[in-house]
Design a protein around this ligand. Structure first.
Ligand code: NAP
Length: 329
């Protein structure tokens, strides 16, 4: 295969898994990277692909860098995964979140329109756009949006501007409305990884307890490695469309804790967890559960890794990582 892809957010969780998938299919992969003083390749190192990606400097807040990245990479496919992706931070930095997650997408679309109008464009939309809106406990492509955080509102702008550029200029644009997806390289600020990292530290005697917010929140959690495959499939269609990507199963944070602690062999998990009011959000989402029938039917996609397997995979990876860290001390 002789195709080229540009991935924004290459250093993030999905950027890594998607790059690995595309490299495996023979793509040349360019990754847009913010200038960073930290070492930014931890996820790509974990996946063993750091040397296989071509890196381009760029930032979603800097139009000139986006134009340059597109002109340099001349992509057939563009996957816009870059975002200030943590909902909690979006209340503390609402303007930055909007600059990156909303206006940044418009900047990128303008660059695509002028410099790569035949490229296919994927936008990382999110189930957070639904807020608490549902139909019989499920979210579908038709469920009305009611975003409840600056993050989700910025993402909803992006969703609509992507639709608008498809309709106005005939660009091939697809929104993937992805429900939560996790992996061993999920950022540690996210509750799932925060839990598996803490479980490993508790198991290895390096931490006594973990403070969390609402244990009754329910999410539809899938594996990031499965979800990036749906992204790719969306851009292989004859016509662009928007798709929900989800498992259709929902679990509470309490369920996640139970499976994670049990897998590590730590008894009485309730004694290891306390409720920390600092984690309470100004507006909460109670339950998300996506109906991904359209993706399953039209893309031939389905999730492979189930909830318990996902939790166990994350706990195992953190036990290994934290064990190494402890050994080096
Ligand atoms: P992630 O791990 O937080 O990755 C986000 C990426 O965006 C990182 O590479 C980050 O770079 C980059 N980035 C942030 N600000 C940028 C800027 N101003 N310019 C250029 N790059 C910037 O997120 P993820 O879990 O992989 O998610 C990928 C995308 O899917 C995001 O848009 C997210 O909002 C969306 N999404 C995720 C989920 C989920 O459950 N994971 C669900 C629905 C939608 P640094 O590392 O240098 O900050």
């Amino acid at each position: 295969m002789d195709r080229t892809a540009l991935i924004t957010g290459i250093t993030g969780q999905d950027g890594g898994y998607l790059a690995k998938l595309l490299l495996g299919k023979g793509y040349r992969v360019f990754g847009l990277m913010e200038r960073s003083t930290r070492y930014a390749f931890a996820n790509l190192d974990y996946l063993g692909i750091t040397a296989d990606v071509d890196y381009l400097d760029g930032d979603m807040t800097d139009e000139a860098s986006l134009i340059q990245a597109i002109r340099q990479s001349r992509p057939d496919e563009i996957y816009n995964l870059a975002a200030q992706s943590f909902v909690g931070t979006s209340w503390r930095q609402p303007i930055l979140s909007t600059e990156v997650n909303a206006v940044g997408v418009l900047r990128l679309l303008e660059a695509v329109r002028h410099f790569a109008p035949t490229a296919r464009f994927y936008q990382a939309s999110t189930s957070e756009m639904f807020g608490n809106s549902h139909e019989d406990g499920l979210q579908t492509e038709e469920t009305p949006f009611h975003p409840r955080s600056p993050y989700a509102i910025a993402k909803l702008y992006a969703y609509w501007i992507v639709n608008n550029y498809k309709e106005s200029y005939g660009l091939f644009c697809a929104n993937g409305i992805l429900f939560n997806h996790e992996s061993p390289i999920r950022g540690k600020e996210f509750v799932t990884r925060k839990i598996t990292d803490a479980v490993a530290r508790i198991k290895l005697g390096m931490l006594a307890r973990i403070g969390l917010g609402n244990l009754d929140s329910e999410r539809d959690w899938g594996f990031a490695g499965d979800y990036v495959d749906a992204m790719w499939r969306m851009l292989q269609r004859d016509q662009p469309a928007n798709y929900i990507v989800s498992t259709g199963e929902t679990h509470s944070i309490r369920d996640f804790l139970r499976v994670a602690f049990a897998h590590a062999g730590v008894a009485d998990w309730e004694k290891r967890v306390y409720i920390d009011p600092a984690h309470k959000r100004p507006a909460e989402l109670h339950s998300l559960r996506g109906k991904s029938d359209k993706a399953r039917r039209e893309l031939g996609w389905e999730p492979r890794v189930g909830f318990e397997e996902l939790v166990r995979m994350m706990v195992d990876a953190d036990l290994e990582r934290v064990g190494r860290e402890k050994g080096a001390q």
